[in-house]
Design a protein around this ligand. Structure first.
Ligand code: G
Ligand code: G
Ligand code: NA
Length: 260
C-alpha cells in the first residue's frame, strides 16, 4: 500500500496521535503565570507504527496536502486538542494547547469558520486553544491572511507566528497582522552560546517583539547556556528538549499546575 493509502486508513481508524511539548515561563508574566511553570502546550502530530516507532509529520504532512487530506487531518487535530484541553479543564487544569496550521489548510475556503465552529461544538473555552502559523503562509495572500487572522482574534484565539526570522518581509507582517506572539526559530537558538551573530539576532527579535507588545517564545532550547542567554535578554517563554520533549498526553499531564 502507498503511504497515502496508509495515512487515509490511519486517519479513519483514529490511529494518529497528538504529542504535547511544554512551553515554560522564563519570567513571571503579567497574567500571573510564574517563572518555571508551564505556560501552554504545542500539539505535535505523530503517526504510530506497528514496530513501536513513529513516522514524523515532516514525512507525511506534505503527502496529506497533496492528497487533499490536510483539511480532514487538520480538523481531526483540532478535535483531538479540544478533547484533551477539555479533559484537563474538567480535572481543574487550564492548559492552553496550540495547533499548527499548515499553509495549505489556511487556504481552504471557510476553514477559519469551521475551526471556531468546532471549538464551540466541543464546548471548549476558546482561551484554551491557540494557533501557530508560519510566515510562508502569509506571503501567499496578505489581505486574505489578515481577514482570517482578524476573525480568529475577534473570537479570542491567541495567534503565534512560528519559525520567525526564516521568511521574508517579517517586519511588514508584524506591523499589519493581529499576531500575539512570535516564536524565534530554532536555527537562531542552536548556536546561541557561541555565535555572536545569533546572539544579536535573538536579542533583536526579543526587543522588537516587546516593543510591539507581543509575547516572545524561543524554540529548540537544548541547554542551560541557551536558556541563560534568553532569560538575561528578557525572553518570555521557552520550548525545547531542555524543558521537555514532545510527549504523550498522559506524560504531558505531569507538567500541569492546578488553576487558581
Ligand atoms: O514534531 P516534529 O519535530 O516531528 O515536527 C516536524 C514538523 O512537522 C514541524 O515543522 C512541525 O511544525 C510539523 N508538524 C508537527 N505537527 C503538526 C501538525 O499537527 N500540523 C501541521 N500542519 N504540522 C505539524
Ligand atoms: O516548526 P515547529 O516549530 O512546529 O517545530 C516543532 C518541531 O521541533 C517538532 O518536530 C519538535 O519535535 C522539534 N523540537 C522541539 N524541541 C526541539 C529541540 O529542543 N531541538 C530540536 N532539534 N528540535 C526540537
Ligand atoms: Na509550531
Amino acid at each position: 500500500m502507498s503511504l497515502e493509502t496508509n495515512l487515509r486508513s490511519a486517519l479513519e481508524k483514529n490511529q494518529l496521535e497528538l504529542f504535547y511539548q511544554p512551553k515554560v515561563c522564563l519570567r513571571d508574566l503579567p497574567d500571573g503565570m510564574e517563572t518555571g511553570h508551564l505556560h501552554s502546550f504545542e500539539a505535535l502530530l505523530r503517526w504510530p507504527q506497528a514496530n513501536g516507532g513513529f513516522i514524523s509529520p515532516e514525512s507525511f504532512i506534505h503527502i496529506a496536502e497533496d492528497a487533499g487530506m490536510i483539511g480532514r487531518i487538520g480538523y481531526w487535530i483540532l478535535q483531538q486538542a479540544c478533547l484533551q484541553a477539555k479533559d484537563w479543564y474538567d480535572q481543574g487544569y487550564s492548559a492552553n494547547i496550540s495547533i499548527n496550521i499548515s499553509p495549505r489548510q489556511f487556504l481552504i475556503p471557510n476553514f477559519h469558520y469551521e475551526i471556531i465552529q468546532i471549538i464551540r461544538d466541543m464546548n471548549v473555552p476558546v482561551e484554551l486553544i491557540s494557533i501557530e502559523i508560519t510566515e510562508s503562509l502569509l506571503m501567499q495572500d496578505l489581505s486574505h491572511a489578515r481577514a482570517v487572522l482578524e476573525y480568529f482574534r475577534e473570537n479570542g484565539i491567541f495567534i503565534y507566528l512560528d519559525d520567525f526570522g526564516t521568511g521574508f518581509s517579517s517586519l511588514n507582517y508584524l506591523k499589519n497582522l493581529p499576531v500575539d506572539a512570535i516564536k524565534i526559530d530554532r536555527t537562531f537558538v542552536k548556536d546561541l552560546s557561541s555565535s555572536s551573530a545569533d546572539q544579536a539576532i535573538a536579542a533583536s527579535i526579543i526587543t522588537l517583539g516587546k516593543n510591539l507588545d507581543m509575547l516572545i517564545v524561543a524554540e529548540g532550547i537544548e541547554n542551560a547556556e541557551q536558556a541563560d542567554f534568553l532569560i538575561r535578554n528578557g525572553c518570555d517563554l521557552a520550548q525545547g528538549y531542555y524543558y521537555g520533549h514532545p510527549v504523550s498526553a498522559e506524560q504531558a499531564s505531569l507538567y500541569l499546575h492546578p488553576a487558581d
